[in-house]
Design a protein around this ligand. Structure first.
Ligand code: DOR
Ligand code: ZN
Length: 345
């Protein structure tokens, strides 16, 4: 049987939520990944170091017995964030970045930033203290076509941020377009990007053709095939600016399968398997280890993991759902065949 053994990876972008959802999804991530950057878009958002430490304790308490996993906390940037909070975050052993959500861009982003220029003094402090800024790169202008929102953000906002703060360490999260890839490639070495499995595996037909498939709906929305090809090329290029971030974002099946469904794909249950399928599709399995296990750690200035995981080329059926009867989470590729399976830790 064909197998693939790589250094234990990290997930540089994940939503694990709280409470019952956290308990359901966290074991999936902790099984594969040594560390993960935990998104702060809770209700209410995690905006202070003190809140992040409470959330971190909840995550640690939800880990299965014997799990070897470290949550890397982030703070939700708002117009009310203070310079003192940025200094506290930079000094904290547990907070690794700030997350910028343009107000209204996605799930629980109401508290996000409406006017990015107004928070430039905060970005200056982050640049000075070398704490990374993680960006949800979409404009929220209702007049802007949803398929153009990332490209317009890159042109109108991101280029101004990088021009004004050339040393700011930036991760453009979950890139979905050729334009975003080109921007990151042309930017300084301190500008990087994460790429999700769904944006590598699917184009927008998966969401919309032959029926609306809510479990493929996420933000930024999956784009047309040419963009998927650009993302695949970037992810498998061996360029350290591109690394793994699943953006696994669980919502209950009820909140996805409804007239106005939530954005988010639940991929954590088989994250590496999904990436392996994408990399294999372009004969680039040899590039998976660095994308999954090296470049992100290097960007965050953390040691690379020791230990390995092994995947085998063996097909299996993804479950229809996870969780208790009163909390069902339908995963990406539910009831579909996956080509790779994690076999050893
Ligand atoms: O699809 C998404 N879901 N995109 C995001 O940016 C947020 C996430 C969530 O928290 O559900
Ligand atoms: Zn996200």
């Amino acid at each position: 049987m064909k197998t693939l053994t790589i250094t234990r990876p990290d997930d540089w972008h994940i939503h694990v939520r709280t409470g019952a959802i956290l308990k359901t999804v966290l074991p999936h991530t902790a099984r594969q990944f040594a560390r993960a950057i935990i998104m702060p878009n809770l209700k209410p958002p995690v905006t202070t170091v003190a809140q992040a430490l409470v959330y971190r304790d909840e995550i640690l308490a939800a880990l299965p017995e014997g799990a070897d996993f470290m949550p890397l906390m982030t703070l939700y940037l708002t117009a009310a964030t203070t310079l003192a909070e940025i200094q506290a975050a930079a000094a904290s052993a547990h907070v690794y970045a700030f997350k910028l959500y343009p107000a209204g861009a996605t799930t629980n982003s109401d508290a996000g930033v409406a006017d990015i220029r107004a928070i430039y003094p905060l970005l200056a402090e982050m640049e000075k203290l070398a704490i990374p800024l993680l960006i949800h790169g979409e404009v929220t202008d209702e007049q802007c076509d949803i398929f153009d929102r990332e490209k317009v953000f890159v042109d109108s906002q991101l280029s101004a941020i990088t021009a004004n703060f050339p040393a700011l360490r930036i991760v453009l999260e979950h890139v979905t377009t050729e334009e975003a890839v080109q921007f990151v490639l042309a930017a300084n070495a301190n500008v990087a990007a994460t790429i999700t499995p769904q944006h590598l595996l699917f184009n927008r037909n998966a969401v919309l053709a032959g029926g609306i498939r809510p479990h493929y709906y996420c933000l930024p929305i999956i784009k047309r095939e040419s963009h998927r090809q650009a993302l695949l090329k970037a992810a498998t290029s061996g360029n350290p600016k591109f690394f793994l971030g699943t953006d696994s974002a669980p919502h209950s099946t009820a909140l996805k399968e409804t007239a106005c469904g939530c954005a988010g794909c639940y991929s954590a249950y088989a994250a590496l398997e999904l990436y392996a399928e994408a990399f294999e599709s372009v004969n680039a399995l040899d590039k998976l280890e660095a994308f999954a296990s090296f470049y992100g750690a290097d960007f965050y200035r953390l040691p690379r993991n020791t230990g390995t995981i092994t995947l085998a080329k063996t097909s299996w059926l993804a479950p229809a759902s996870f969780g208790a009867d009163d909390l069902q989470i339908t995963p990406l590729k539910a009831n579909e065949t996956l080509a790779w399976q994690l076999v050893a830790l």
